[in-house]
Structure formats: C-alpha cells, structure tokens
Design a protein around this ligand. Structure first.
Ligand code: NOJ
Ligand code: CA
Length: 685
C-alpha cells in the first residue's frame, strides 16, 4: 500500500475512528513482495478487514486472493476487522551445508515480508504474517505474539485458503483415512480432489507445476487440504482427541505453508529445497556419528510370510538367522542389518494393539549382546526396530530404557513403526484414561520429536514407518534420517492391488518432494507373495538413484542376491549420500531421469524409471566434468524386457566411454528402468 495510505490507516487505528466494517470497496492491497529474481510476487490485501494473500508468476495469477486466519475455541475467530499496523521487507542470501543429503550445499535466497495486523473493533488482538518468497516457491506462516488477554490459543481450525487460479490437474492421495499415507496416487482434474494430504502436486493447463506442502511441523497439527468449491482449498488440520486441533501458549508460530512453483516437473524436485530452507538450522551440532549407508535385514521374508515376526518354527529374528545376514552384509560391504521381531510382543494380534511389546529385552532365541559383538567384529552394525503397534504412550513409557539398551550394544539406527489405523493411536492421559490420536495430529508431532531428541542424546538415528509426514525437520535434527509415509516395497509383496508400474514415477514428484523415503528397493527376485513385482529388474536398480534416502535397504534375501550377482554389483556400488542432484527429465506419474554426484568421490550415477509405457529418449551428460572422460557402466532393460512376465528379468550390462558432450540414448522397457555408474578414467588426472 502506498506510504500515504498506510499512514492514514495507522492514524485511523490510533485515533480509534476506523470503521473497517464500513468499507465496501474492493480489497485494498496493503503490502507486496517479489522474489529475488522477480519471478514470483505476493500481495497482501484487506477485504473489509479480512487478510488475504495472492501469488503471481511473471504477473500471471497462480493463487487468487485467499483468506487467512483462525477459528478459535472460546474466543472470537481471528479473521475479520484487521488493519495493517506495519510491514517490512528484507532480503536473505545464504548457502548452508547439509551433513548428508541430495545436495551438499543449499542456497537460501529469498525476500521476506513481515506484516503486523491488529483488530480495529472491540478486540484489539495482534496477528503477524510472514512470507518468504523464492524464485521457485513461497512459504508463509502466522505468528501470534504474546499480548494482553492472549496467553494461549486453542485452535479449532485454521482458515488458510489456497484459491488456485489456473485450471489444473492434480496428483494426490486422500487425507483423514484409515490407511494414513499409504494410498495409490490419483491423477484427477483439480476440481475432483476431495481432501488431500500434502505434498499435493499440480500441473496447470499452461504447464506450470505446483506442489502444496508445509515446513517445520512442530507442536502443531498436520495440514490436510480440503476442497471447498471449484479450485479453492482450505487448510484442514488433523484432529486431536480433545476436539480442538492445536493448543499453544503465546508467543507461537505455525508451520510454514509452502507452495513450490516451477516451469517443469524436473524443476519441481529442486524447488523442494524450500522446505529445508524454511526449517531451523542444525540443533544437534556435530552429527558425524550418523553415517549414510546401505543395509540388509530380516524383513522381506516376513512380508513373504516365509518367516514370521512371532516366535515359533518360522521365527525370523533368531541368532543363527541373524548371523547369516551379518555374514552376508560383511561379505558385500553393507553397514547395517535390520532385525524385526527381535523382542517380545509379536505373538498375538499386534497391529493396532501394541500393549504386549517389550522394547527392553530380546526374545530368548535372539542373543542381542552376542550378535552385536559378532557384527562389530565384522564391521557391521545392527539396526534396531521398535514397532509400537500404535501403542504410543506404552512405547514412550519404555523409550529411555529401550534406547539405552540399543546404545549399549552399538545399535545406532532404529526403525520405528506405528501400525494402527488413522485416528487410532493410543495415548494415555495423566489420569490414566486412554484416548485416540491421529498419526499427524499435534500430539504425534510432539511424540516424534521426543523420540528423535532422546535418540540424538544417545547418537542414534531414527527412521519411522507409518510416520508423520516429512516437513524438512532433518535440517534441525539430522538424526531424523528417513521415514516411510507412502506405499513402500511391502505392497509389492502383498498389496491388493500391488504397486503399479507408475507408482515410483508418482512418488518422485509427490511424496519425495517432502524428503527421504525408506522405500526399501532392490527386490531382484521380482516376486511377492503369490504376485509378481510389477517392475523390470533394471528398474529395481534405478530406484536406488531415484528414490533418495541416506539409509538404503537392499531389501531382498541373501539367497536371491546370490542368484543375481549382476544386479548386486550395482547395489553394492551405489552411494547413499550425494554432493549434487540433477533431474534431467520427467513427467509426473510417467517417468523420471535423475543424475546424482557421489559425495565421497568423483563418480556420477544416473537412475531412470518409467511407468507402464516403454520409452526411448536421449539425455545430455553435461553434468559431467568438462574435458574428462568417464566409463559408463550401464544396467539396462534387455531388448525383450517388459514388466509383465518372465521378461521382466531381462537385463543387459554394457559399458562405454562418455564425456560431458555425449548425448546418451536411454531405452526403458514398459515398467522398466536403467541405472548407470559414471567413473572418471584414471588417465585424465
Ligand atoms: C510396516 C512397515 O512399513 C514394515 O516395514 C514393517 O516390517 C512392519 N510394519 C512391521 O513393523
Ligand atoms: Ca507401512
């Protein structure tokens, strides 16, 4: 708003003669900020005292004026009757280093608009909104300062809206359903979305790509997106057992609401760095005790049901069976061995009912001290497992002792699990009553941080399954290394329907925008429980490059890797930590080609996956160092390969010399993929 107008507003506010409800004119712009390269702009306006924001890209509307505010318990809603008190814009340009990740260095270049609003009626409450505008996205959040009469806010609902201007197509999964985040992605016109989880990805008819998500979800409820009418969505906070959604004392701030904006699907992935940039810096200091690495484990056999979590004749987590995995890991250079079913509690109906779990001692047939020694002697580390069956307070009551036990035996990564229907997590109140919570409600956002912080004290990294969604908190707590939070490989074993060939090309442009996923690839046997895995063999290898995680499972059985030595060679070589990442090509749900630079050396890797359609393409290798020659070792689909039938195993390994000027043809079979390792030729240096 022009300075003169602003002064007038302030004068009106000060003299108390402002009559916001008299204003019948159209919304008035009160503040504006552009991204550093002037690509995006955000405008704040007041519509009869209601705060609105709008986003344009090169002047074209992307988010039409959208309302902001809160529905409160026991207080008037915080939405009407506002006037601008003051606003300020500042610029920020900083490059920071990730301890591990897809990119070693991340640039945070944005302009920030901070605006203070105050009610002008009977109530005089103050609300701050902060916008950070990057060239490839926008983040904004609310701050409620400490003020007279507002010591606490009890939020029944957040009234933030997202009125998407251009006609768009959406890729989304439903929110607020029993299976948490484990749904197949749907592609529909945006006007057919119901209530979606974030990240929700959009392509406008003009070919702009957007992804809606959030950053720094701390002490707050996760945000779902509910379509209100046409292409207008509203934040729908995950419920809490209390009836309200969030309870906080002031001063408080919400998570950042984020909108990634890019002009290609490929560029959308890099724009997800915005989520990291909107999180607080590393709070743990030196985290070199966490090492990105690959692992194997007693896992796929459980999903095939050839072994069991429960004790008995098929028990997987026995001392002798675990030794077999440790030997395999030692022989092939895998750092970790995950063992599920190592503790009491699995014998009955454990899902949605974890009261029998004991995390402080192993079952009689699992020699934890002996195995951890056996592993250590071979340079291998056991990976721990805490399946709660949804009994979260029960788990918390043992958390300290459980982590101490693992720390004592050198277990420095723990996979946690929350298998229970949405809204069915057990929480015990101080008075002993048990209530039920959602996986992404405020209470669980705090639970996960309690676990991550307790683990950090003991130098343990955490990998939750059935988690709360990733909102970039790995920046602040780098021991929160990975998570599930989508349909992983287990659905290839028993999913009905199983993961279809397009699944990973969907995940890359949706779930993976949020952060690392413990997808657990590498099923080289391509066979689930009575159903084939719907990919080619080469695609299983490509997944190691495409679906990033700093802990990467080689999920198949040792005997299956023995039968597929060619595939194992790639899995052994591929790193779990990167210097740089480039998305070379892709379309949401169709295909993606990713190149990544090994953080520990000069090698590059390429992974390409496609959906049920075979594809021929050519990629420029201009990411390679100019003037240097590389040997490209290529694991590609055989000429006859197809995800259906025995030809899914057809794989060809070949090598050729390439350099930065090479245009490399890629041929992907239907449901197929390709994995490439680029190694510099020694003579060049
Ligand atoms: C579901 C997890 O996603 C899976 O990896 C695990 O094996 C089971 N829960 C048991 O904890
Ligand atoms: Ca799961």
């Amino acid at each position: 708003m022009p300075k003169a107008n602003r002064l007038l507003w302030m004068l009106l506010v000060l003299t108390g003669i402002s009559r916001w409800n008299d204003a019948t004119a159209a919304a008035e712009t009160v503040a504006r900020v552009e991204s550093p390269g002037k690509v995006l702009a955000v405008e704040l306006s007041l519509d009869e005292g209601r705060i609105q924001y709008a986003v344009t890209r090169f002047g074209e509307p992307l988010i039409a004026p959208s309302r902001m505010g809160f529905q409160l318990r026991n207080a008037e809603k915080l939405q009407r009757g506002f006037a601008l008190v003051e606003s300020a814009v500042r610029s920020h340009d900083e490059t920071w280093e990730q301890p591990w990740g897809e990119w070693r260095f991340v640039r945070d270049h944005h302009n920030e608009l901070r605006a203070r609003f105050r009610e002008t009626g009977r109530a005089r409450r103050t609300l701050d909104v902060v916008f950070r505008v990057f060239d490839d996205g926008v983040g904004f959040r609310y701050e409620i300062p400490r003020q007279d009469g507002v010591d606490e806010v009890i939020i029944d609902d957040e009234l933030t809206e997202f009125a998407i201007a251009p006609k768009s197509t959406a890729w989304w999964i439903p929110a607020g359903e029993w299976n948490r985040y484990e749904y197949l992605y749907q592609k529909t016109p945006l006007v057919e979305v119901g209530q979606a989880h974030t990240p929700m990805t959009l392509r406008t008819d003009d070919g702009i790509y957007l992804a809606f998500h959030e950053a720094a979800l701390v002490d707050y409820a996760g945000m779902w997106l509910r379509r209100v009418e046409e292409q207008r969505f509203r934040a729908q906070l995950a419920p809490a057992s209390e009836g309200w959604k969030v309870r906080r004392s002031t001063p408080m701030q919400t998570p950042w609401r984020t909108i990634q904006i890019a002009d290609s699907a490929a560029a959308l992935y890099a724009s997800s760095r915005l989520t990291l940039n909107l999180n607080e810096p590393n709070a743990l200091g030196d985290v070199s005790w966490f090492q990105p690495a690959k692992y194997v484990g007693v896992w796929w056999s459980l999903h095939l049901d050839t072994e069991t979590w429960a004790r008995g004749p098929k028990h997987g987590a026995t001392t002798s069976n675990t030794r077999r995995y440790i030997d395999f890991a030692a022989e092939h250079g895998f750092r970790g061995v995950l063992v599920e079913g190592w503790n009491p509690g699995w014998d009955g109906q454990w899902f949605g009912n974890g009261y029998d779990f004991d995390f402080t001692r192993p079952t009689d047939d699992f020699d934890l001290p002996g195995l951890s020694r056996y592993a250590a002697e071979r340079g291998v580390h056991l990976i721990g497992h805490h399946e709660t069956g949804g009994a979260v307070s029960h788990y918390e009551s043992q958390l300290g002792a459980a982590l101490d036990l693992y720390a004592k035996h050198g277990v420095d990564v723990v996979k946690t699990g929350y298998v229970a229907d949405g809204g069915q997590l057990e929480r015990r109140l101080d008075d002993g009553r048990i209530v039920r919570e959602w996986h992404d409600g405020q209470w669980m956002s705090n639970h996960h941080l309690r676990v991550v912080q307790e683990a950090a004290k003991r130098h343990i990294a955490i990998n939750p399954h059935e988690p709360i969604k990733d909102t970039g908190l790995r920046r602040t707590y780098p021991n929160w290394v990975s998570r599930e939070g989508a349909r992983g490989m287990e659905y290839a074993a028993w999913g009905n329907p199983p993961n279809p060939p397009e699944h990973e090309a969907n995940l890359f442009f949706t779930r993976l925008l949020a952060g690392p996923m413990d997808f657990t690839p590498g099923i080289v046997s391509l066979q689930g429980r009575g159903q084939p895995v719907e990919t080619t063999l080469a695609k299983q290898l490509a997944l190691y490059v495409v679906l990033y995680s700093p802990i990467l499972m080689a999920a198949d059985l040792p005997e299956h890797y023995a039968a597929h030595g060619d595939a194992l060679t790639f899995i052994k070589a591929v790193p779990a930590d990167w210097q740089d990442t480039r998305v070379l090509a892709g379309e949401v749900g169709d295909y993606v080609v990713v190149a990544r630079h090994d953080r520990a050396g000069d090698d590059w890797y390429l992974g390409a996956v496609t959906d049920e359609q075979g594809r021929n393409m050519e990629v420029a290798l201009d990411f390679l160092e100019p003037g240097r020659q590389y040997t490209a070792t290529i694991w590609r689909d055989g000429d006859a390969a197809h995800w259906r039938g025995d030809s899914r195993f057809a794989m060809q390994i070949e090598s050729r010399v390439v350099d930065a000027s090479t245009r490399l043809p890629l041929r992907l079979a239907a449901g197929g993929g390709q994995a490439i390792r680029f190694q510099p030729l020694q003579a060049e240096r």
